[in-house]
Design a protein around this ligand. Sequence first.
Ligand code: CTP
Ligand code: CA
Length: 226
Amino acid sequence: PNLPDLTLLLQGKKVLISAGPTREALDPVRYITNRSSGKMGYALAKAAVEAGAQVTLVSGPVALAPVSQVEVIFVESAEQMYAEVINRAERYDIYIGAAAIADYTPVNTQATKIKKHTEALVINLKKTRDVLAGVAQLAKRPFTVGFAAETHDLEQYAQDKLYKKNLDMIAANWVGKDQGGFDSEQNELHVFWRTGQKIIAMADKNQIAKQLIQLIVERMNEKNTT
Ligand code: CTP
Ligand code: CA
């Protein structure tokens, strides 16, 4: 693709990005997580710095090198992710929810290691709070961009999330075997907003990130002048 020159595009702007998976503790030694590597969120942080923004990354546990010039706040659980993002979001111009936040968390976290006794074990889970929808409900909301990871009916689900969570934009990607996205170097994004859509073709996540940042700035400028 023709890679955009991002210089100065976000000069003077503050960008908040969530990245990586979360860990929901079952006991002191075990947790529930997912296959997110954090690469997309970190690539977006890098691209936003390149565009001149002041960038904060709220990151789940990842095995990635820190991005220079980015303030990083490490969290583990969905609940911590919610608190760190919501408490900051109103001071930012843009929020990009690239984290794979757990939808369910154990009802009880055992204080001591769960011992194996019975043949079967049932773990009760409860829904977590939606960080992205929470940001979009804030009085002084930033330009709010979500991600959607889908294995089927991508456009339908992405459009649903755009409207239900009241987002400015959503970037959907196929996940699962051989699809890019989760735990992959590459990604392809199907981006939707209220009045249009665009496909950012399969490429390295750093290249995809630059194109998404450029698209966000375009849409944000459009929104502010209409
Ligand atoms: N998200 C969030 N808080 C949660 C769960 C998801 O902020 N507790 C955000 C993700 O960061 C992403 C968007 O919601 O930007 C979509 O995540 P996704 O898992 O695709 O959708 P869900 O709304 O969780 O619905 P489902 O998993 O059923 O597809
Ligand atoms: Ca989910």
